[in-house]
Design a binder for this molecule. Structure first.
Ligand code: IPD
Ligand code: CA
Ligand code: CA
Length: 270
């Protein structure tokens, strides 16, 4: 790995740990505000974002940020190096003191993802990947599962907090439940992709996700041998505000799931 990339990666891991420790310290006593219906932000989201951004800005003053909270939630227009951060992915779990949440951090250089780090501070699991270098969990190389059949696939799904009965999400959730082995709704999109990369889950999808939910997980998954795309099978587009995705442990499983959902997508857009 080039020394510049090694520096970026080390700084990302340090920043994730700084943020993750703050999240653990504040678990159970962080004040909570409501951003929208069933959409929360806590004092811990903001403190973690400040700490991660401050650590990385000190190391790399010319780098820019796209991060979930406040003014940073708008994509910077002209920077070559952009860090994409979700300081606390799984805020609803966090508010309920369920120890399943993560710091998710990726670096994009001239529009290309070059590294991703996802930290689960509760379990002390640090997932990371760099372009062309593979994917790792606490220093050990990880690979996706070899699952190729929908009927054998454990699927993690991401749903909007308030699910409409006649929505596309509901239709695809039912189709997933009918055709796959079993479903999980963990409450953390970043950890869903990390678990897929590590071979714990076989498929993952979510249609209401944002760039900071998906960026780090996307490179982690690709480096672990998995496939991720937009729901229509086209390339994942992190430049848009919404980043819906379908991700599979193997190309064959990913394609089988796309075949399953294609008629529903066509119906919902037509
Ligand atoms: C949310 C979680 C959830 C997913 C939502 C995300 P947040 O992120 O990842 O699992 O279904 O789409 O917004 O709000 O906890 O950072
Ligand atoms: Ca998130
Ligand atoms: Ca968040």
């Amino acid at each position: 790995m080039q020394s510049e990339m090694r520096d970026f990666l080390e700084a990302a891991k340090e920043a994730a740990w700084i943020g993750g420790k703050l999240l653990l310290e504040k678990l159970g006593n962080a004040s909570v505000s409501v951003k929208g219906p069933a959409d929360f932000v806590t004092e811990a989201d903001l403190a973690c974002q400040d700490a991660v951004v401050s650590h990385l800005s000190q190391r790399f003053p010319s780098h820019a940020f796209l991060s979930e909270e406040g003014a940073l939630a708008v994509r910077p227009s002209s920077a070559s190096h952009v860090w994409i951060l979700d300081p606390l992915d799984g805020t609803t779990n966090y508010v309920h003191q369920i120890p399943f949440f993560a710091v998710s951090l990726a670096l994009e250089i001239r529009g290309r993802l070059v590294l991703g780090v996802i930290l689960d501070p509760s379990l002390g699991e640090l997932f990371w990947a760099a372009a062309g270098e593979g994917a790792f969990l606490n220093g050990c190389s990880i690979r996706t599962s070899e699952c190729e059949a929908l009927g054998d696939a454990l699927v993690s799904i991401g749903l909007p907090a308030q699910l409409a009965r006649d929505s596309l999400d509901a239709a695809i959730m039912l189709a997933s439940a009918e055709h796959c082995q079993s479903l999980r709704r963990t409450g953390s999109a970043a950890l869903n992709l990390a678990y897929l990369a590590a071979g714990r889950h076989d498929l993952a999808w979510a249609f209401t996700t944002k760039p900071w939910d998906v960026a780090a997980g996307a490179i982690l998954l690709q480096e672990a041998g998995g496939t991720i795309s937009a729901p229509d099978g086209g390339p994942l587009d992190l430049q848009t505000h919404r980043v819906p995705y379908v991700a599979g442990a193997t190309a064959k499983l990913h394609a089988a799931f796309l075949d399953l959902v294609r008629p529903m997508l066509r119906e919902s857009s037509g």
